[in-house]
Design a protein around this ligand. Structure first.
Ligand SMILES: [Zn+2]
Length: 120
């Protein structure tokens, strides 16, 4: 089932990759897979492939690693529930474990919690 899903996504990427987005495009209600992948790659590269909270090297999503704790995810700095947009500026790379753990906690507060956890 996972494989079928991946194959469908890559087909959609092929179909969508030639479409240009208007430059004034702002908040995207439902992001297209190609945009989402591009955004992921940009954030992944900017943050050096490491979780910004615990510093581990986050694994790229792929076959068999979709539920791993060290899986790379995009974490909203301002949570979506508080109106945070799905933009590069509002996203950081976080491992799946930190992303789940943080919830809606403030980014700086969560960083402090993680830093304190490393010292003990
Ligand atoms: Zn982490």
């Amino acid at each position: 089932m996972g494989f079928r899903f991946l194959r469908r996504v890559s087909t959609m990427v092929l179909l969508l990759s030639s479409q240009e987005q208007p430059t004034q495009f702002r908040v995207v209600p439902a992001m297209k897979p190609a945009q989402r992948i591009r955004l992921f790659e940009e954030v992944y590269a900017r943050d050096g492939g490491r979780c910004v909270y615990c510093g581990i090297v986050a694994r790229r999503p792929g076959r068999g690693v979709r539920r791993a704790a060290d899986l790379a995810t995009l974490d909203h700095v301002v949570p979506r529930s508080l109106g945070g947009p799905l933009t590069r500026e509002n996203l950081v790379l976080a491992c799946s474990a930190c992303n789940n753990e943080r919830g809606v906690m403030d980014v700086e507060a969560f960083r402090a919690v993680k830093a304190a956890g490393r010292e003990t």
